[in-house]
Write a protein that binds this ligand. Structure first.
Ligand code: CDP
Ligand code: ZN
Length: 167
């Protein structure tokens, strides 16, 4: 089993206050997909919880430094950086170590949007960013049944697990 490794990643971002009606406040990215018209999240980058949690799962599988170490949120140079670029870089590191993605299973926890409506688009986007087959990536949504900060629509969170194997 030496050639198979598991990774786990988590991320949460706060939704912006609804009072912020500038265009920028209306940008929610999930798995690289822009969710049209939905309130966005507070973030140094584009705040994509799907890509951030999956990036940490990929890096964690090989005990590599996590996303916050590779892309510190206090650096001007990383402000507004696309999370697609971040995950591409992380997966390049994984591939340079001789590994490739087996599969990733991703759970987005949020009251809105309804993830099932975007599932296919997100799977296409994430698998294309990594250059892997669509069947390697699964994405699903869950509410928090109105409980806690996520249930009160103050935040959106995401868990990712992945298996990578030595080529
Ligand atoms: O039925 P249960 O309480 O276990 O789950 P839920 O949180 O009420 O979600 C029911 C179903 O809605 C999920 O299994 C997903 O298929 C879908 N869902 C979604 O697509 N997007 C969300 N943000 C939440 C749930
Ligand atoms: Zn994040």
């Amino acid at each position: 089993m030496n050639n198979i490794r598991i990774g786990c990643g988590y991320d949460i971002h706060k939704f912006l206050e609804v009072a912020l009606f500038e265009k920028a406040a209306k940008r929610l990215y999930l798995g690289g997909v822009l969710i049209e018209g939905h309130i966005g999240v507070a973030a140094h980058s584009d705040g994509d919880v799907v890509l951030h949690s999956l990036t940490d799962a990929l890096l964690g599988a090989l005990s590599l430094p996590d996303i916050g170490v590779l892309y510190p949120d206090n650096l001007k140079s990383t402000k507004g950086v696309s999370s697609i670029e971040i995950i591409k870089y992380a997966y390049k590191l994984v591939q340079e170590k001789g590994y490739a993605l087996g599969n990733a299973d991703i759970t987005i926890i949020t009251q809105t949007p309804k993830i099932s409506a975007y599932k296919e688009q997100m799977i296409n986007s994430v698998s294309a960013a990594l250059g892997v087959d669509k069947s390697c990536v699964n994405i699903k949504g869950k509410t928090k049944e109105g409980l806690d900060s996520v249930g009160k629509q103050k935040a959106i969170e995401c868990f990712s697990v992945c298996l990578i194997s030595q080529q």
